[in-house]
Write a protein that binds this ligand. Structure first.
Ligand code: HEM
Length: 508
């Protein structure tokens, strides 16, 4: 009897297992219209991610071979049980960036209700589409289309130079110090908030910000937003941290809104000079109060959090990649230094560029652009489909997510000669390379109407930081640096150099 029961139990288990495997296999099958698109080897991909291989390794060993077999300039891969088809083609970039009705932003907010992430940035513009997104941008755009108060960046760069000078002799891991610097700069420009991260990395505001950032970026919450509804260790503490952080922003939002309304009631407006020196929040409030743009206090709050999330690590990583490139190429570094000295002089003291001077740093600008080409921070840009669409002869149906492989486009020989070499001169207006560059083949900040809102902000900040750092220090890679012949980077979408160490040798 027991034997019969055991054997029928075993049969039932095998049957259920077979059904489960069959269902999984069926669920993971690509839709018929993308079956011809070569798939990236996902097992190898995850193995590379786990074993901390670099983005360059993933490109060379996994993505590039799959692209080579593709007649659609596309490959597919499965991520979080969804099929993503990424294109390495500038003409597809053009199509995706210009048709925002068909290629829309993926709205995760419907899955985020009641979660910590929703409390932090659920009402920000990044998840919005159509009219809702336009009314956000109406309020936010004027704050970003302006001349920038470069002394804010300059003062932070000065503090950073101080921190680097006081460090014991020897290689410095640049990511920590750059993250602290770009956060301080963003806090001051976004809403006159001083994190003081450079002065004291253990201070309370910075510690709180790091805890909140860990929540925002935690992979489990991104993949599975409902995680927040489950009981888990330190949940109550997480909620307390987020509400403390939210309160610190809300207090400023409330104050600035009150000031904006008072100005309007008194019939006065910010002068041109005040505008040039104002923080982003003041300018957003001004746009809302004076032009009747729509925005709730929660939207102001969430957009400020978004600026932190979108602006601080990205700029820190971009600066780190540039420092790496300059330390690898001393002759390019020297040309950049000569430009900084020509514009700012060679007195042995820190000099902050004015906005006009920062704008005239042409060669340093080419370095910034070339590094963003060669080492884009955002590796893949993905969209959601509102209706079926044909791309490069492929019909994609909603449910499949189309994307752009930014690194692939930037390293495509069709658009750039010797794409793996670092050659800032290709961005010289007069260069042959620059003249033949096709539209949408340089997309580190995206493109079209959803192009990065903080692009000019970030580029001016980088020009100020680099000109001041180059006047003060010579950058060298330590003798045994792995960066001499490779670029050991992270691989997940906001890409950074991994454990980059540089010697900063003072010039004065
Ligand atoms: C090197 C620095 C940066 C890089 C590489 C970068 C990259 C990008 C990219 C690729 C997008 C488009 C994403 C898409 O199309 O799906 C984007 C959007 C955005 N970025 Fe940046 N970003 C940088 C700095 C900043 C800064 C400093 C801020 C703000 C202070 C910022 C704010 C935003 C916002 C608000 C959006 C969304 C725009 C919209 O959807 O309308 N970014 N960024």
């Amino acid at each position: 009897m027991l034997e019969i029961n055991l054997s029928s139990f075993a049969n039932l288990s095998i049957g259920l297992l077979a059904i489960a495997v069959g269902a999984l296999f069926w669920a993971l099958q690509p839709p018929s219209n993308i079956r011809e698109v070569p798939s990236a080897n996902m097992l190898k991909f995850y193995w590379y991610v786990l074993t901390k291989k670099s983005r360059t390794d993933i490109h060379q060993d996994i993505f590039a071979p799959a692209f080579a077999k593709s007649k659609y300039k596309a490959i597919r891969f499965l991520l979080f049980a969804r099929w993503i088809v990424i294109f390495s083609d500038a003409s597809v970039a053009k199509k995706m960036f210009l048709d925002t009705t068909t290629f829309k932003k993926f709205d995760v907010t419907k899955y985020m209700k009641g979660t910590l992430n929703a409390q932090l940035l659920g009402d920000s513009l990044v998840f919005k589409n159509g009219q809702e997104w336009r009314s956000h941008r109406q309020v936010v755009n004027p704050a970003f289309h302006r001349s920038w108060p470069t002394d804010v960046f300059g003062n932070v760069a000065k503090e950073m130079i101080g921190v680097l000078t006081q460090m014991p002799k020897g290689p410095v891991k640049v990511d920590g110090v750059l993250h602290r610097a770009t956060l301080d700069a963003l806090g001051r420009i976004a809403f006159e908030y001083d994190f003081g991260a450079l002065r004291d990395e253990k201070n309370e505001s910075y510690e709180l910000y790091k805890k909140v950032l860990a929540v925002l970026q935690s992979p489990i919450r991104i993949v599975f937003p409902m995680f927040e509804k489950l009981p888990y260790p330190h949940k109550a503490q997480n909620f307390r941290n987020v509400s403390q952080f939210n309160k610190s922003i809300d207090d400023v939002v409330e104050r600035k809104l009150r000031q904006g309304i008072e100005r309007k009631e008194a019939g006065s407006q910010l002068t041109m000079e005040e505008k040039a020196n104002s923080d982003l929040l003041t300018l957003m409030v001004e746009a809302k109060v004076n032009k009747g743009g729509e925005a709730t206090e929660k939207e102001f709050h969430d957009n400020i959090v978004l600026f932190y999330l979108a602006g601080h690590e990205t700029t820190a990583n971009a600066l780190a990649f540039i420092m790496m490139e300059l330390a690898r190429a001393p002759e390019i570094q020297q040309l950049a230094r000569e430009e900084a000295i020509k514009i700012l002089g060679d007195e042995p003291k820190d000099i902050m560029p004015t906005f006009e001077q920062a704008k005239s740093l042409k060669y340093i600008d080419q370095i910034i652009k070339e590094s963003q080409r060669k080492n884009p921070i955002v590796n893949i840009i993905v969209r959601d489909l509102s209706k079926p669409v044909e791309v490069n002869g492929l019909v994609l149906e909603p449910g499949v997510f189309p994307g752009l492989y930014v690194y692939g486009i930037h390293h495509n020989e069709q658009y750039y000669d010797e794409p793996d070499s670092f050659n800032p001169k290709r961005f010289d207006d007069e260069s042959e390379d620059n003249r033949k560059r096709v539209p949408f083949s340089w997309i580190p900040f995206g493109g079209g109407s959803r192009q990065c809102l903080g692009m000019n902000f970030s580029i001016i900040e980088q020009r100020v930081f680099l000109s001041m750092i180059l006047r003060k220090f010579t950058l060298e890679l330590p003798k045994d640096s792995p960066y001499k012949n490779a670029i050991p980077s992270t691989t997940i979408n906001i890409v950074a150099p991994r454990d980059l160490a540089i010697n900063f040798i003072p010039r004065y």
